[in-house]
Design a protein around this ligand. Structure first.
Ligand code: AMP
Ligand code: ZN
Length: 450
């Protein structure tokens, strides 16, 4: 029995799928104009674990996961204008980066990865339906959603329209009936455009998720996921569009939101400039598995910081677990780990249970249970032996220079002995020092040597 904190009801609820043979989960994916930062990695990793859990419970072939790619958006147009590049060049390149980076984090590709630009006809159709039902109106080349026509507007974010107007920096446009009315379609202007009944234009941001999820999953599906920053206005608007169009009370039965990765108390974001990318970390030699471990070490619904301390701890733990499970065949995931994950995806509790398995020496159980979290997968372990040994080589060289001067080689010998006992092969010649990881290499034994 899986329990999830449903943000629609603000309650911890038992998860009951509409059809247990076809469990459907949709997550809002990236806008492709730049590298994903580590904060963007959080929902990808968290919902990847949720999907793994659903597959564990309902069976691989009974779970369908969709995560969209937003490839039409003003930030993309801006980047194209700044660089003089084609929009499609930018979106294709960035999608490739996103795939590479998420692969490195051990995130499985979703079953469906709809590109917004591939669903323009479905969006136009949905907008036409909304107009026909009196929930949207064309004005000056735009089409706007009429928020006053949809009574439940604000239900997800628990705000009334009047609160929203008071609190928001809303764009007051003369063609809007209400300041909170939002754009479904807008004129192309200098940007890309498609033919439509309202002239050449392009969709507003929110309509894509409504149109794509409906096409892929139907009027109502099981779980809608995304970052808490999307709750308002994006998800509120998705619900308004979808429910006003289909006449259903809900768009998805469970809404699950991850909290933000922060830097010094502020959301990590492109616009604040306080971000580092997943690629930055990978390039520093931090493995995707370690990044994943850190992201899962805090419950998804709590804000968290990336810290060097967490990184070090994660690396140490994974090294230990990897050497313990090397060559071991995975057994079944432990009940304790499955239960922790089933309790509103308590990944921190699951990791605590993994520590317990390691302590008790249950290597086969540890491996299987960790794999449910996407850790200790066989193809993700290369980093353990791919350590940058150059600082140790430099250190050894400087010790040798000292020794040549004072004729005391004891520090050189001690360093060599320590490296050898960590499984490092040491070759010294008058030209320099060559170090490589041997078969019994254990990086934890290198700690404190330099
Ligand atoms: P974006 O490309 O900005 O639309 O974001 C893609 C996904 O990353 C969305 O689900 C966002 O909610 C999520 N996201 C953005 N910033 C953060 C952050 N600092 N921490 C966690 N998730 C984030
Ligand atoms: Zn969305």
């Amino acid at each position: 029995m899986i329990k999830l904190h449903n943000n629609l009801t603000r309650k911890l609820e038992e998860f009951t799928p509409i059809d247990k043979n076809n469990v459907r989960i949709y997550a809002c994916g990236p806008t492709v104009y730049d590298r994903a930062h580590v904060g963007n990695g959080r929902p990808s990793v968290v919902f990847d674990v949720l999907v793994r859990l659903l597959r564990h419970v309902y069976g691989d072939e009974h779970v369908a996961y969709a995560r969209n790619i937003t490839d039409v958006e003003d930030k993309i147009n801006q980047k194209a204008a700044e660089t003089g590049r084609e929009i499609s060049d930018i979106t294709q390149e960035t999608t490739g980066w996103y795939h590479d980076d998420m692969d490195a984090l051990g995130v499985k590709r979703p079953d469906h990865e709809p590109f917004a630009t591939a669903y323009i006809p479905e969006m136009i159709e949905m907008i036409q339906e909304l107009i026909a039902k009196g929930h949207a109106y064309p004005a000056e080349g735009h089409v706007l959603f009429d928020v006053r026509s949809y009574e439940a507007y604000g239900a997800l974010s628990r705000r009334t329209l009047d609160d929203m107007i008071a609190g928001a920096r809303v764009e007051v446009a003369p063609y809007k009936r209400d300041p909170m009315d939002f754009v479904l379609w807008k004129p192309a202007g200098d940007g890309p455009g498609w033919e439509s009944p309202w002239g050449v234009g392009r969709p507003g941001w929110h309509i894509e998720c409504s149109a794509m999820s409906r096409k892929l999953f139907g009027d109502v599906f099981d779980i809608h996921a995304g970052g808490i920053d999307l709750q308002f206005p994006h998800h509120e608007n998705e619900i308004a569009q979808s429910c006003a169009c289909t006449g259903q009370d809900v768009m998805a039965n469970y809404w699950v939101h991850n909290e933000m990765l922060q830097v010094e108390g502020k959301k990590m974001s492109k616009s604040l400039g306080n971000f580092f990318t997943v690629r930055d970390l990978l390039d520093q030699g931090i493995s995707g598995e370690v990044i994943r471990f850190v992201l899962l070490s805090t419950h998804y619904a709590s804000p968290m910081d990336w810290t060097e301390k967490k990184r070090k701890e994660a690396e140490k733990t994974l090294r230990k677990w990897r050497s313990m499970t090397d060559g071991v065949v995975a057994a079944h995931p432990s009940l304790e780990v499955v239960e922790a994950l089933s309790n509103d995806l308590n990944t921190a509790g699951a990791i605590a249970a993994l520590h317990g398995l390691a302590k008790s020496g249950d290597a086969a159980g540890l491996k299987a249970s960790a794999q449910l979290l996407g850790l200790l997968d066989d193809h993700m372990g290369d980093w353990v032996n791919a350590v940058d040994l150059s600082i140790y080589a430099d250190h050894l060289l400087s010790l040798r220079d000292e020794a040549m001067a004072n004729k005391d080689f004891s520090r050189v010998d001690n360093m060599k002995t320590a490296l050898l006992s960590a499984g490092v092969e040491v070759r010294m010649s008058k030209d320099g020092v060559d170090l490589s990881a041997g078969s019994g290499f254990d990086a934890s034994k290198l700690e404190g040597l330099v």
